[in-house]
Design a protein around this ligand. Sequence first.
Ligand code: SAM
Length: 279
Amino acid sequence: MTGTLYIVATPIGNLEDITFRAVRILGQVDLIAAEDTRHSLKLLNHLNISKPLTSYFDHNQQFKGERVLHALRQGKSVALISDAGTPCVSDPGYQLVRDAVAEGIPVIPIPGACAAVTALAGSGLPSDCFTFAGFPPSRQGKRRTFLAGMAGLPGTLVLYEAPHRLEATLDDIRQVLGERQVAVGRELTKIYEEFVRGTVSEVMAVVAQGKVRGEVVILVAPGEPVQQEDEPLSEVLRRLLDDEQLSVKDAARKAAEITGSSRNDAYAKALQLRNGADM
Ligand code: SAM
């Protein structure tokens, strides 16, 4: 009999935000796998839980799940936790869950805090349909292409961002997605918790004063359907033609794939841009 892998959500700031069930499971398992054992030790000490700890990560680094899988195969129960919030959400976990599932090891998620959902709930932006897209690329060119690919989505776009890139990413959102309503949720569940809401320019003006520090989630309201098609297509084409130096034909084909526009529209627009008609 194999053990069970529990994917346990922990607080995103306020230590009260952990469920009774999560505390019980953490107290019962044979092993706790943590993204950063020193960081997690603080939470476990706070909860009066003393368990064997092992470090685990798969995020941007080599997969380190073998030790955990070995314990599970031997019948031990393991809880996976990350530094904050729900494992697997812009945090390690996916590869371990994938491999456990492939081996027929039971996987039980224990729900709890998640910054994306917490921010969405308090944003005041449409919450019936949303896309969580994690962290945008850190380089401007790739970030703009990434945002252009999100332009036609029907619901609110939810992004994580490092605080020092907040201003640049908001600027790209304005350039690529237009002057939409946005909300920035910062330091959620913590002492300086706040939302800054408004158009992208209004929020950027607040951010420029240096008042939005700490961890942030960016939420972008869906765009007007009419604006959605044309603007991002042009942006994507500009990048493919100017930055990536693709031919009109190749740029049109790629832009159509990225934005969902028809190839004919993309080709016509690419020609316009190349001829300088729409620059
Ligand atoms: N797994 C986590 C979750 O469930 O939300 C997310 C981990 S990800 C590495 C960290 C990012 O989440 C931060 O850069 C920030 O964008 C967001 N975040 C985490 N805690 C937050 C908080 N208290 N307030 C605002 N954003 C937060």
